[in-house]
Write a protein that binds this ligand. Structure first.
Ligand code: AGP
Length: 707
């Protein structure tokens, strides 16, 4: 089967990566004080914070060595070193710290103070690199944090996202060549390998014969695994090199006009190879860290080596089979993201902001896609015929993304007439479940970088299925590796708990179901009703958000409970799972989402006067069954909280015997979008009241890029 990709092509099979963050900043022909450079780097790290990390680090330039120090062979730190650095350069300064970024910031300023480094010193060109690390190889500690170094003089420094799978072999070889290792990381082999390559070339061919990009491409030739890397070197001052294989890496470009330092548009990287205009260049593993500086970006592709030198950007395409990498031209894209998206604004937490912005995020998700009673999804239209002929559709995802797919399953089955099965990505991989060429596999992921989902994608690609992506992240691995797909356009989601992405994912999958089923006359009236319901949805979401105060009161009443059950069925089985997941992950309270139809097969034994149980009983085909569930729970003196459609309170809860949450009614298949919102609000308020970290819950990261 031959398929066309939905966005940028490229990419090789990837392996696991780390939940780390990369940021780099290079100013060219524009004076920037050291303090300013530090703040840009720290701020970049703060923007990456939400992804999860346990340590961080940066590297900046030191002052040039004094002639006396050079003659004595001293490094900037005063130690006598057999430095082979260029005559007028100094070893870059590296700062690394375990724990929060603010503790790195404090330690940098106090070290800088102790070494009497001038923070007001101005650099017309300077290259700084920064990193947040999530420990995999070695405990969180300064020595295991990045930048990792080639050795005493920091001749080569590297920040790395990903995993080098052959690092043990490389390490043994480098040790045999006299290198000593300081950290337990896989990353440390990279700067040391760079130094090895550089020294070898210089010994064989003399001073200044090997270029920075030659060193890096030779290093790439030796590396196996997944990586996004940035190199900084004392041998190539004011230059940076970025390369990647697997992990995401973005270049941001901001040209500064002579007068007001305002950003100006570039359309082609080619333009950057010629001029000497003042500019600022950024590398990051996440667009969120770039958007406040510029909207002009390039998603670097696998095996590209991006070299910044003298204010110019050149891109080489690395190829294992070719001695010399070929030069490539790439167009810059314009980022459709507003700075406000990465700021809390008037809200206390990102999760709170993201819950409340759902009327807007849903509008953006649907913008330009609903036309004259039909749905237009540009990324899918060439593949609809293949999908309609599939033997089955398989939804694959993890966590909230899986739950969103589960919410979409009933109406996709209804509108397409094709069997739809559900797979948690990790379980599919554990079982190596059967996937066939006749299958359409739909991968759902907010980040587009979840390791299990991506490994399942490689598995499905290997089995010849048509692979469709649903993601929030432009340029993500999921977007690049699937044959086609749809961006949910919910805007940057920073809270670890997924909220607005969940509702946008459901809406995208509803639109997918409408597009797939568009050839069926028999369902036309139903489709039109759903399309009308979609147009109305942001307004209804704004209405349900008014329950905020009520959900805070409910949270107060539940603050000390140990456990919470949520019963749902039909369209709202997913709501039960997702509502319970939200409470669990942020409020750190045990909660379980259950299929109401399973109640009598076990969970009923738990029911007593103390255990709070939320029953979702909004008006749909399962309503009477849920009424019966409520009666049975009531008969056992269950502590009931019932979510029902506005006006149904009396029929779900006779004589005010339980607490009721009334929500606006929408088309049955869109009801999960409405019903999850009180649950999100409940989880949020429970977390605040219980005093836990809302945006970065204990032990969790935004993107789970390890298996
Ligand atoms: C959501 O609140 C969770 N943090 C988590 O379950 C998440 O949905 C899951 O890790 C999948 O992430 P993805 O959507 O980025 O693939």
């Amino acid at each position: 089967m031959k398929h066309q990709r939905w966005s940028m092509c490229g990419g090789v099979g990837r392996s696991r990566g780390k939940m780390c963050g990369i940021f780099a900043y290079l100013n060219y022909n524009v004076a920037r004080e050291r303090r300013y450079i530090l703040e840009v780097l720290f701020n970049g790290l703060r923007r990456l914070e939400y992804r999860g990390y346990d340590s961080s680090g940066i590297a900046i330039d030191a002052d040039l060595r004094s002639p006396v120090a050079i003659d004595k062979g001293e490094g900037n730190d005063g130690r006598k070193e057999a430095s082979r650095l260029p005559y007028n350069s100094a070893p870059p300064l590296v700062f690394r710290q375990e724990g929060k970024i603010e503790s790195l910031v404090r330690s940098v300023y106090s070290e800088v103070d102790a070494m009497d480094l001038n923070l007001e010193k101005s650099f017309s060109v300077h290259a700084g690199i920064a990193h947040t690390r999530w420990a995999t190889h070695g405990v969180p500690s300064p020595r295991n944090s990045h930048p990792q170094s080639s050795g005493a003089c920091n001749e080569f420094l590297v920040v790395h996202n990903g995993i080098i799978t052959n690092y043990e072999v490389l390490k043994e070889t480098l040790i045999r060549h006299g290198f000593t290792f300081e950290s337990e990381t896989d990353t440390e082999v990279i700067p040391k390998l760079a130094k090895f390559v550089f020294d070898k070339a210089r010994d064989e061919e003399g001073e200044q014969t090997v270029t920075f990009s030659q060193v890096v491409t030779e290093v790439m030739r030796q590396l196996e695994g997944a990586y996004a890397l940035i190199f900084k070197s004392a041998h190539y001052p004011n230059e940076l090199i970025a390369c990647k294989r697997g992990s995401t890496l973005i270049l941001g470009v901001k040209e500064l006009s002579d007068d007001k330092n305002s950003g100006k548009l570039f359309h082609d990287v080619k333009a950057l190879t010629k001029d000497e205009k003042p500019k600022e260049l950024f590398f990051s593993s996440d667009l969120c860290a770039i958007v406040e500086h510029t909207k002009n970006y390039l998603a670097i592709e696998d095996n590209e080596v991006v070299h910044i030198k003298d204010g110019c950007v050149s891109i080489l395409k690395f190829d294992y089979g070719r001695e010399k990498p070929a030069s490539v031209q790439r167009a810059l894209s314009v980022l459709e993201m507003e700075v406000e998206q990465i700021k809390k604004g008037n809200y206390d937490h990102f999760m709170q902001k993201e819950i409340h912005e759902q009327p807007h995020s849903l509008t953006t998700t649907m913008r330009g896609r609903l036309k004259d009673n039909s749905v237009v999804l540009g990324g899918l239209k060439d593949h609809l015929k293949t999908i309609r002929h599939s033997r089955r559709i398989i939804f694959i995802g993890c966590g909230t993304s899986y739950n969103a797919a589960l919410a979409a399953r009933p109406f996709l089955e209804e509108l397409s007439g094709i069997p739809v099965t559900m797979e948690l990505a990790s379980d599919l991989l554990d079982r190596q479940g059967p996937i066939y060429r006749e299958d359409t596999a739909v991968f759902v992921s907010q980040s587009g970088e979840t390791a299990d989902t991506l490994l399942a994608l490689e598995y499905a690609l290997g089995n010849g299925a048509l692979c469709v992506g649903v993601t929030n992240t432009v340029g993500s691995t999921l977007a690049r590796r699937t044959h086609c797909g749809v961006h949910i356009n919910a805007g940057c989601e920073i809270g670890v708990a997924s909220t607005k992405a969940y509702t946008s994912q459901i809406v995208v999958m509803a639109m997918m179901a409408l597009a797939i089923g568009a050839d069926k006359i028999s369902t036309q009236a139903r489709r039109e009703a759903i399309i009308n319901g979609l147009s109305d949805l942001p307004k209804k979401v704004a209405e349900v958000l008014k329950l905020d105060g009520e959900m805070r009161d409910l949270a107060k009443s539940l603050i000390d409970t140990q456990s919470l059950l949520v019963f749902g069925r039909g369209y709202n089985y997913a709501t039960a799972l997702e509502g319970a997941l939200k409470v669990k992950e942020v409020a750190l309270m045990h909660s379980e989402g259950l299929l109401a139809g399973e109640m009598k097969h076990g969970p009923l034994a738990l029911v007593d006067e103390t255990l709070p149980i939320i029953v979702i009983a909004t008006h749909d085909a399962c309503f009477s069954k849920q009424q019966s569930v409520i009666q049975q729970l009531h008969a056992r003196k269950g502590r009931l909280i019932v979510m029902c459609s506005v006006g149904d309170a009396a029929s779900v809860c006779p004589m005010g015997s339980c607490r009721v949450i009334e929500v606006p009614q929408v088309a049955d298949c869109l009801q999960p979008v409405i019903n999850i919102i009180p649950m999100q609000l409940l989880a949020y308020h429970l977390t605040v009241l219980r005093g836990y970290d809302v945006d970065q819950p204990r032990n969790l990261a935004k993107s789970v890029t390890t298996e």
